[in-house]
Each structure stands twice: as structure tokens, then as C-alpha cells.
Ligand binder design. Structure first.
Ligand SMILES: Nc1ncnc2c1ncn2[C@@H]1O[C@H](COP(=O)(O)OP(=O)(O)OP(=O)(O)O)[C@@H](O)[C@H]1O
Length: 710
């Protein structure tokens, strides 16, 4: 009788296992190794073509220091990454893994030499980005959305109107079920565990089924079980015909086995490229016998770090820095084609047929050799020499071949599957949905998490009400008193100060936090920067307006400013514009610099505008060569606007609570402020112009920052 542990038992059904043992104490029991449940398949995803990537002689340099010294990070590396395979880019820290990944994704575009092809054709970056996605290390999710909402946003932005709402819902359900997130649809993304966040990041990008998926350190910060789940998921995605490429530091032997293809870098050069199974035989052939029970992944890293001597050159030469297929000892056809040689495209098959060996036998032979040489000695240096002779290397490492019979398994490269000519990729449309639709989706999303953001909403509302009443109490009933005009001017100036700082600082603090998500989403072509920017511009205006109206209403009436609707409207409009302009200043600063610099610089930069606002020094008293600053000071226009609304437009004389009131006549006040001939409309127009200029500047900074980040 043969008892096999079924899935339930494998999943921890101890009772089942025990009852099996009880029943069959005298029979032979074969317990199959526990295998994790396989993820379900995805059937609702849009069809996509298989995509192979090849790169040849990729060199990446940066300039450093004052003298602009060039530093070469990638040194003429080549490689071939195929659809249906899970590829790991490994190497010691600083080897250039992230750099290579960033170049392959198209995230980094300058300072690069060499060529990259997609299915045998020169990569068109714009088209390539429609076919690929890049899932960065830190997930970059919006904290204030539930899993379901995040998925709805992704489907709304990434699937065109040809997919119906019910189909989108079905797709969401299927993806979440497949990725084990269906129980967490209502959970806020901020409350998900690290592994769940990673799966959600994958789920969001999976919506439009990109045939190429890049992952930067997908297992970082995950426990071993979550790591296994994550890599299993990537493996099943690759089995669906996708090209899955990820950087990984040092996977456990169990994880390592799950990768199909390994690309290893050391000091910016390729020291190994081939299947994970061929790694040990390959290294063995070069005299680098992997000790038994040693994780091959750790071994190649140790070799790359120079722990077994200086082997990097030997390894690089053996595979021609990634050009050669270790199974044939000849360049990969895809790379060969890149180098404009006449090698026939079926090179791999021909050579393999000639070799006619099997990977298993080579693997076993090497294992035996390694084991016998290792006995008691660890890795023997002699092994290298004997292996060199045996393999006929004799210093010519380029002859190393790990013969494999691939004729049964090897699928042809997708060299002729042109993505662009075949209509698989829509070359006309940059985004799956119109910019108008993108604007609506991003606007709705921004409004949703503004509503849920405690700091952004409730704290701000509370601050406006509290400060409003405080100011109202401090300057209570002074607006109509000729004896308290100077205090009233102080009140007008304080309004500007308060509205300016609250609107500016909240944006400086909150906007930079959005940047990483914006970077990821705009890179993965969720939306255009234009739609995003318009949406965030529009989304905060209603809230800012409500807070400002509440504050102004409280202070205006508590301080007894003229109870005329027209004057109130003018006063309010000047205050609103100041808040909008200050918010735009915050946006410029937030887009151009990080929070620390912004929080310091923005208030400091505001000081000249406050000084030249006309409250501290009247226009005539300002030295002529400094007067231009007053024209740039939005505070001046706001202060002037509220002063004119309060004292201008032939306001009748004020009451006087003392025997003599110098400012009883409002005209005297305006005269003192040099505002007699000023026009309220000019102030409003100036504020509107400054608002527009700042908003455009913030957009330009944002675009520059996004480009600089790539
Ligand atoms: N813009 C840059 N200016 C200067 N040096 C850089 C720049 N970008 C990368 N480097 C250097 O290039 C090398 C490779 O960096 P990269 O981030 O690709 O390494 P990595 O293999 O991903 O390392 P890790 O595993 O530690 O993340 C490092 O030495 C790094 O300091």
C-alpha cells in the first residue's frame, strides 16, 4: 500500500497524517515531499505576445566629482533573457544589478552604450514601456486605499473602454484570488503585510498582462515562507509565457532552484549566464567546485567576491561577458544577430545536436568529481588544474562548454515575432485610456484619499476654525473703530501670514510623499503627468476654498469689518487667491526638493515677500533698486486687496472710541499705506497671474524631476 500525503496534509493537516500512520504501521509508507499549492491560472487577462530581450556590449558610465571623472559601472555586458523563463540577476553588492535592471526597463536612458533588442528588433523604448512593467523594491502603494479600490483604479487606467465594467470586476476577482488577496479586498493597503503588499504591487501591474515584468529585489524584507510564495508566483507568471526578470541578493538553495535562468554580475561584468542547473557543472569545469551541501547561489556570490581567488576574468572570458551560451560555447543567436554576424539563427540547435549529451550526466559526473576532490580538503586548488587539462582549457577559458541536449525542450527565440508591425502593440495610443479619463480616475482617487487623510483634512479644518476664533477674539470688534485702525492693519497682515503658511506647509509636507508613487505609476504608463497634475491641482482647490471661507467668515464678522456683501466678497477673494498662490509655492518647492530642504527653504524664501508687502515699509520708503521685489510679492497684492476692500471704495468715516482718531477717515489710512491710487482689480489680476506662473513652474519642475529620476 502506498500512502501519499495529500495537499491537506501538506498544508498542515496533522490528523490526517497521524491517522494514516495508525492505519498502516506495518505497511511501507511513501511520503511525497510537501509541495505548496500551485497558484491558479489566470484566464481573463488580455492576450499578449511572448517577448525575448537581448542586449549586447552594454556599457554604462557616470561622471563623478568636480573633474567629471568617468566611472564605468557596466562593462560591455551581453545577455539574452527569454519569455517563459524566470530570470534572476544576481551578484555581490555594488556589482551593477540594479543598474542593469534600470537600463533594461528603460528607467535609465542616458550614459548607455550598446544595443538592446526585443524579439530581434532594436528596442523602441516607447513601445517597450507599453509591454513591460517595473515593480520597484519599496512597493510604492497609496496608503489610503483599500486593496479593491487600488485594483479598480488600476483597471480603470490600464484597460481601455473596450473592456466592460463587469469584465474588469471579474478580472480583479480572478487576479486577487490567484494572488491570495481575495480575503483582503477591504483592507487598507497600509495595513497589509510585507508579502501582501508585494503581491498587491504585482496584482496592480498584472491587470493589463504585461509580457515583461521586472522586479527589483522582490523578496527583500520578506520571511522565508513569503519569499517562497513570492518566487512561486513569479515562476507561475513566467510559465504563462511572460518574461520575468528580477534582481535578488542571495536566495536560499530552495529559492535558487526555482529560477530558470541566472545572470550573474561581478564588478560590472557578466560572470555567469545560463540555467541555474548548469551553474555548478559550469563552475566545476572551470575548477571552481561547489562544495557539497553548499548553496550554489552563495557559492557564485563568494566566487564573484573573490573569496576563492581572482576568478572573475576567467569566468568573464569563459562566457565572453555574457555573449556565449555555455551549452554550446558559441554566442547566442540573438546576440550574434546584434553584432551583425552571419551566424544562422538555428545555431543553438545544430551545436546541441552535435554534442548530444545530457545535462544530468554531466551534472552527476561533476558532482562525483567535486565530491572526491573535496573529501577532507574543501576545495582543492589542484582541482582547477586537473579540470583545466580535462576540459582542454589550458588558460583558454572561452572553450568551456556544458553540453546539453536541448533539441526536445529548447524553444526557438522569438526573433521574428515583430511586435510593432503585427499590430500587437498599439503604436498610436500612448496610454490605454484617454487623458480625460485618466484625469477623472486620478481626481476621484485623490479626493478619496484626501477625505481619508486625517492631517490633510481634519487637522487643517480644525486649525482654520481654532485660529479663526482666536484671531476673532484677539481683534474683537475693532474693524469699525477709528482708534484701532493700526491694530486692524495688523489683523489684515496676519490673515495673509496664516493663510500663506497653512496652505504652503501642508503641500510641502504632503506632496513629496506622493513622488515615489507618481514615479512608479507614470513610468509604468498608468497616466500622463499632465492628467495627474491637473487632477491634483483641481482636487485640493475645493478643500482649500472651504477652509478659507470658514476662516474668513469667522474673522471677518468677529472683528466687525464692514458688513457689506460686496466688501466681504472682495476680502474673501483676495484671501482665497493668497491661499491658492501659497499652495502653488508649496507645490513648486515640493516638486523641486525634498521635505527637509523644503520645510526650511520655503519660509526663508517667503521673508522678502513679507518684508516688501507694504505693511512694514510703505512703497515710497523702499529704495528704488529694491522696489521690483514688491511687484513679485504676492503678499503685497493680498494685503493691498484686503486693505482696499476694507478701507477703499469711498467707505464712510469710522466710529471713534477716543477723543481723537487720526485714522477716522478711511482715506487717511489708504494715504498712509500709499494705496490711494491703487486698483483692487490689478491686485486680483496679479495674484491670478502669479498663480498660473507658479502652477506651470511646478509642472515643469515635476517633469524635470521625473526625467532626472530615470
Ligand atoms: N549615479 C551614480 N553615480 C556614481 N556611482 C554610481 C551611480 N549609480 C550607481 N553607482 C555605482 O555603481 C555600482 C553598482 O550599483 P548598483 O546599485 O547597480 O549595484 P547593485 O549590484 O544593485 O548593488 P546592491 O546589491 O548593493 O543594491 C555601485 O558601486 C554604485 O556605487
Amino acid at each position: 500500500m502506498k500512502l501519499t500525503v495529500d495537499e491537506d496534509v501538506a498544508a498542515g493537516d496533522a490528523d490526517g497524517l497521524l491517522s494514516g500512520r495508525r492505519k498502516s504501521s506495518s505497511v511501507k509508507v511513501t511520503i511525497a515531499p510537501a509541495t505548496p499549492a500551485q497558484p491558479k491560472t489566470l484566464s481573463h487577462l488580455p492576450k499578449r505576445p511572448p517577448v525575448d530581450i537581448a542586449f549586447s556590449d552594454l556599457t554604462y558610465s557616470v561622471t563623478e566629482g568636480r573633474k567629471k571623472n568617468a566611472k564605468t559601472i557596466l562593462k560591455s555586458v551581453s545577455g539574452r533573457l527569454r519569455s517563459g523563463e524566470l530570470t534572476a540577476i544576481m551578484g555581490p553588492s555594488g556589482a551593477g544589478k540594479s543598474t542593469l535592471l534600470n537600463i533594461l526597463t528603460g528607467y535609465r536612458t542616458s550614459g548607455i552604450h550598446g544595443s538592446i533588442t526585443i524579439n530581434g528588433q532594436e528596442r523602441n523604448l516607447s513601445q517597450f514601456r507599453k509591454l513591460s512593467c517595473y515593480i520597484m523594491q519599496d512597493n510604492q502603494l497609496h496608503a489610503n486605499l483599500t486593496v479593491e479600490e487600488a485594483m479598480q483604479v488600476a483597471t480603470a487606467l490600464k484597460l481601455g473602454s473596450e473592456v466592460s465594467k463587469s469584465e474588469k470586476e471579474e478580472l480583479i476577482q480572478e487576479i486577487l484570488e490567484t494572488l491570495g488577496l481575495s480575503e483582503h479586498v477591504k483592507t487598507m493597503t497600509s495595513n497589509l503585510s510585507g508579502g501582501q503588499k508585494k503581491r498587491l504591487s504585482i496584482a496592480l501591474e498584472l491587470v493589463n498582462n504585461p509580457p515583461i515584468m521586472f522586479f527589483d529585489e522582490p523578496t527583500s524584507g520578506l520571511d522565508s515562507s513569503s519569499c517562497f510564495q513570492c518566487i512561486s508566483l513569479l515562476k507561475s507568471l513566467s510559465r504563462g509565457g511572460r518574461t520575468i526578470i528580477c534582481t535578488i541578493h542571495q536566495p536560499s538553495a530552495r529559492l535558487f532552484e526555482m529560477f530558470d535562468h541566472l545572470y550573474t554580475l561581478a564588478e560590472g561584468q557578466c560572470v555567469y549566464q545560463g540555467s541555474t542547473q548548469q551553474l555548478v557543472p559550469f563552475l566545476g569545469k572551470l575548477g571552481l567546485a561547489c562544495p557539497s551541501y553548499h548553496n550554489p547561489a552563495s557559492f557564485i556570490i563568494e566566487v564573484s567576491c573573490g573569496e576563492y581567488g581572482d576568478n572573475i576574468r576567467k569566468l568573464v572570458t569563459a562566457i565572453k561577458n555574457g555573449k556565449n551560451d555555455i551549452r554550446t560555447g558559441t554566442p547566442f543567436p540573438a546576440i550574434e544577430a546584434l553584432n551583425n554576424t552571419t551566424t544562422p539563427s538555428n545555431n543553438v540547435k545544430l551545436t546541441n545536436a552535435q554534442n548530444g549529451n545530457n545535462i544530468v550526466s554531466v551534472f552527476n559526473k561533476d558532482d562525483k568529481e567535486v565530491a572526491s576532490e573535496k573529501k577532507g580538503n574543501g576545495i582543492m586548488l589542484a582541482a582547477f588544474k586537473s579540470n583545466e587539462k580535462e576540459n582542454g582549457i589550458n588558460g583558454d577559458a572561452s572553450q568551456v562548454v556544458i553540453p546539453v541536449d536541448l533539441s526536445a525542450n529548447e524553444k526557438a527565440d522569438n526573433v521574428n515575432a515583430s511586435l510593432l508591425d503585427s499590430g500587437i502593440v498599439d503604436t498610436k495610443r500612448r496610454y490605454p485610456v484617454s487623458e480625460w479619463k485618466q484625469f477623472w480616475v486620478v481626481l476621484k482617487r485623490t479626493l478619496l484619499f484626501s477625505r481619508r487623510d486625517w492631517t490633510l483634512m481634519y487637522l487643517r479644518l480644525f486649525a482654520h476654525i481654532l485660529v479663526g476664533f482666536l484671531i476673532g477674539a484677539l481683534y474683537y470688534n475693532i474693524g469699525n473703530d477709528g482708534a484701532k485702525v493700526l491694530s486692524n492693519l495688523g489683523f489684515l497682515f496676519f490673515n495673509m501670514l496664516f493663510l500663506m503658511y497653512t496652505s504652503m506647509t501642508i503641500t510641502i509636507l504632503s506632496f513629496p510623499l506622493e513622488m515615489p508613487v507618481l514615479l512608479k505609476e507614470s513610468f509604468n504608463r498608468w497616466y500622463s503627468l499632465r492628467s495627474y497634475y491637473l487632477a491634483i491641482t483641481v482636487s485640493d482647490l475645493p478643500f482649500q476654498t472651504i477652509f478659507c471661507v470658514i476662516y474668513v467668515t469667522i474673522v471677518y464678522f468677529m472683528t466687525s469689518q464692514p458688513p457689506e456683501l460686496e466688501r466681504f466678497a472682495m476680502f474673501l477673494s483676495a484671501c482665497l487667491l493668497i491661499a491658492f498662490v501659497a499652495q502653488s509655492v508649496g507645490l513648486v518647492v515640493g516638486a523641486a526638493m525634498n521635505v527637509q530642504n523644503g520645510v526650511f527653504l520655503a519660509p526663508v524664501m517667503s521673508v522678502p515677500f513679507l518684508l516688501f508687502s507694504g505693511f512694514f515699509v510703505s512703497f515710497d520708503a523702499i529704495p528704488i533698486y529694491l522696489r521690483w521685489i514688491t511687484y513679485l510679492s504676492y503678499i503685497r497684492y493680498g494685503f493691498e486687496g484686503t486693505a482696499l476692500a476694507t478701507y477703499g471704495f469711498a467707505r464712510e468715516k469710522l466710529k471713534c472710541s477716543q477723543t481723537y482718531c487720526h485714522f477716522k477717515n478711511p482715506t487717511t489710512t489708504l494715504e498712509e499705506l500709499d494705496m490711494l491710487d491703487k486698483d483692487f482689480r490689478v491686485d486680483i489680476i496679479a495674484l491670478v497671474l502669479i498663480f498660473i506662473v507658479l502652477r506651470v513652474s511646478a509642472f515643469v519642475f515635476l517633469r524635470w524631476k521625473l526625467r532626472a529620476a530615470h
